[in-house]
Design a protein around this ligand. Structure first.
Ligand code: NAD
Length: 242
């Protein structure tokens, strides 16, 4: 079956995505040849993006974070838009994403489980006051709240646990899906990567530029760009049908 035929038949699609979903929006992923992890830093990005580094070297963390993790000019691409349309058309139950960029919501998706949090939520560690990402972007040094506390992004850093209610929602969605589309992820970041094992439906589809550990278990594997693969499919919205 083609991807179009699978989506045509499906009524409860769940999309499980990673950094590769946003590369066509100009945001580098981590592990591709041109990804962030292949660039040379004095301290590896995996270390900088850890909780222990955040608390011990807050200023250095923020120098990297403001420079590399706040792509506030990026716009949703064809993949984000198509998924939002499928949700409106009643075909898609939820998006489960490892991304922190908020582009699914920017495209109009409503039910989005952000396993690793979001750059758009930032809270004071002392009083809990919230700040937008644009505020973080224009700060220098350590971003401090009006109360003097350090402001921290609600992004799940290495060594931090995922939010229990987000895990619950994501696993419920995946285990009740008829089709799971896994895309733009190397499936190497745990526990997120293990969530695809909760799928019990009919069609497991993988769309990823490079091979992944899941390739051998899928109904359909497309080694393509996810924006191109989804962009050419119908929206299944009634206003689009002649
Ligand atoms: P990853 O960098 O480990 O792997 C990305 C995968 O996507 C690669 O296998 C690559 O072949 C594939 N890919 C890249 N562009 C693609 C495209 N256009 N179409 C199809 N496939 C494409 O990413 P990951 O598995 O998501 O793990 C990285 C972690 O980094 C995640 O936890 C995520 O939170 C974080 N991250 C997020 C962003 C973001 O929010 N946009 C960006 C970088 C990293």
């Amino acid at each position: 079956m083609t991807l179009a035929e699978i989506v045509e038949k499906s009524r409860r699609i769940v999309f499980f995505g990673g950094a590769g979903v946003s590369t066509e929006s100009g945001i580098p992923d981590f592990r591709s040849a041109d990804g962030l992890y292949r660039q040379n830093y004095d301290v590896p990005p995996e270390t900088i993006l850890s909780a222990s580094y955040f608390y011990a070297h807050t200023e250095e963390f923020y120098r990297f974070y403001r420079d590399r993790m706040l792509p506030l000019q990026a716009k949703p691409n064809a993949a984000h838009h198509k998924l939002a349309q499928w949700e409106r058309a009643g075909k898609l139950l939820a998006v489960v994403t490892q991304n922190i960029d908020g582009l699914h919501q920017a495209a109009g998706s409503k039910r989005v489980y952000e396993l690793h949090g979001s750059i758009h939520v930032n809270r004071c560690l002392s009083c809990g006051k919230s700040y937008p990402a644009s505020w973080i972007a224009q700060t220098t040094g350590i971003p401090r709240c009006t109360c003097g506390g350090i402001v921290k992004p609600a992004v799940v850093l290495y060594e931090e646990p995922l939010d229990a209610s987000v895990i619950d929602g994501a696993l419920r969605a995946i285990s009740s899906a008829d089709t799971l589309i896994v895309a733009g992820t190397s499936l190497t970041v745990y526990p997120a990567a293990s969530f695809v094992n909760y799928f019990r439906g009919d069609h497991l589809v993988l769309i990823n530029r490079d091979p992944t550990p899941l390739d051998g278990k899928c109904t359909l594997v497309l080694h393509e760009k996810v924006g191109e693969a989804l962009g050419k499919l119908p929206s299944w919205l009634s206003e689009d049908t002649p």
